[in-house]
Design a protein around this ligand. Structure first.
Ligand code: GDP
Length: 425
């Protein structure tokens, strides 16, 4: 059985925690897209961790963790993350890396930074981890696959083709020194040796696990609204965070994916540039940001302060639909316990004064304002509650209201950042 765990919104919905919880009863956890550009926060018996590239199954000894071919593999970042884990007492996890996975080059990271500098105020809010240059090269067919690292002649030939253009841009557009091919080959070969024991044909591994009836989790990074096709283009990422892409980026037959768990927060948070209709400025926003997540709403990878706002039912319903959610998980519900009244955005008003409930394309979105409906708060701390039925009535009413708005069954509610703080509904 294959199950995807994906985000409905702008990322940071709490997918890492949900994956860590569901990994307990799974056999394989797969990362299928993205790279070390975002983080999943996980708090369990080993402590608090921010995972970037490693699948969130790494805390479970029985789980095989797969880096699928769709991932942007930053080898140094992966090794550093593994070391940080084992250095803090987590037993060495089982990791498999696809031999078809492409490798993040040092020049991808440089180009990302140089391009953001060049764009200045018009930048797209990149995390500067090389993601856009990496995927551009992949689709321009000048990327390097892991399997190509083990054949020096081939590697040099591939790099020579790529570097002609890179060095031309470095010299003439960015006014920076060119890349030296010999030094790069030596670095890549050293990296390749370090990961050699983990490299294999992961598609074969997944097909066999699927045939044997194992439980496979596909773990998405970011959320629907960062998808290059369906998100807030160009304020998107460069690979698809959709469950539909999960089967491609992992290498699994589409028919095997039967459960799409779509995670959303009880309020909104977004990091990076682009329109964010529910953004709360001023003291109201500051308070929600300070109270949000496990230690305030700050990026797990970048430390950037996230923008926050009330729950956006327009964006989330769209997010659920595009993902094809079969069930939803509502996280961070405990955060709202301080509010006597909780606004929920149920529609947008466009710049022309039209009221809409379908999430629009970016040019219209830019001019939209939120239309709120207010719900009564519950004014108490719900952390520590272990049964859904014991939640205050207004709190359950809030969950019912959101469920009706997003058109997806909410099966789990998270009432704290820790592994055990999750309620079945
Ligand atoms: P991901 O990228 O989707 O895994 O999300 P992040 O880890 O970037 O952000 C989610 C934040 O919410 C982290 O700070 C988590 O520790 C925190 N978190 C997850 N679930 C809950 C919850 O139910 N309550 C609270 N207070 N924090 C939570």
């Amino acid at each position: 059985m294959v199950r995807a765990i994906v985000g409905a919104n702008w990322g940071d919905e709490g997918k890492g925690k949900v994956t860590d919880v569901l990994a307990e009863t799974s056999d394989v956890v797969v990362r299928f897209q993205g790279g070390a550009n975002a983080g999943h926060t996980i708090i369990n018996e080993y402590g608090k961790f921010a995972l970037h590239l490693l699948p969130s199954g790494v805390f479970h000894q029985n789980v095989v963790n797969v880096i699928g071919p769709g991932v942007a593999l930053n080898i140094d970042a992966l090794l550093a993350e593994l070391e940080a884990l084992t250095g803090r007492g987590v037993p060495a996890p089982q990791i498999r890396i696809s031999d078809r996975c492409q490798v993040m080059m040092p020049y991808h990271i440089d180009f990302d930074r140089f391009e953001e500098e060049r764009l200045g105020k018009q930048s797209f809010g990149s995390t500067k981890s090389g993601i856009a240059p990496f995927y551009s090269d992949k689709f321009a067919k000048t990327g390097i696959q892991v399997c190509q690292l083990y054949d020096e002649a081939l590697l040099r030939q591939r790099l020579a083709i790529a570097l002609v253009k890179k060095n031309c841009l470095l010299e003439h557009l960015y006014h920076k020194p060119p890349v030296d091919i010999d030094a790069l080959v030596a670095k890549l070969q050293a990296q390749a040796e370090k990961i050699r024991p983990m490299v294999c044909d992961t598609s074969r591994l997944l097909h066999e696990a699927d045939k044997a009836g194992k439980v496979i989790l596909l773990e998405g990074q970011l959320g629907t609204l960062r998808d290059p096709d369906h998100g807030i283009y160009p304020y998107t990422t460069s690979s698809s965070p959709l469950a539909g892409y999960g089967i491609v980026g992992a290498g699994i037959p589409p028919r095997s994916l039967t459960d799409i768990v779509c995670v959303t927060k009880a309020y909104s948070s977004a990091v990076g540039a682009g329109p964010f209709v529910c953004r709360l400025d001023g003291p109201e926003g500051d308070e929600l940001r300070r109270r949000g997540g496990d230690a305030g709403e700050f990026g797990a990878t970048t430390g950037r302060a996230r923008d926050v706002g009330w729950f956006d039912a327009v964006a989330t319903r769209y997010g659920m639909e595009i993902q094809g959610a079969t069930q939803a998980v509502l996280t961070n519900l405990d955060v709202l316990g301080y509010l006597p009244e909780i606004p929920v955005c149920v529609a947008y008003e466009t710049a022309d004064g039209e009221r809409i409930t379908d999430f629009p394309a970016t040019p219209v979105l830019m001019g939209c304002k939120p239309v709120y409906e207010k719900l009564p708060g519950w004014l108490c701390d719900i952390r520590g509650i272990r049964n859904y039925a014991e939640l205050p009535e207004n709190c359950r009413h809030y969950v019912d209201f959101i469920e009706a708005q997003i058109g997806t069954r909410i099966s789990l509610v998270s009432n704290g950042p820790k592994r055990e703080e999750i309620l079945e509904r």
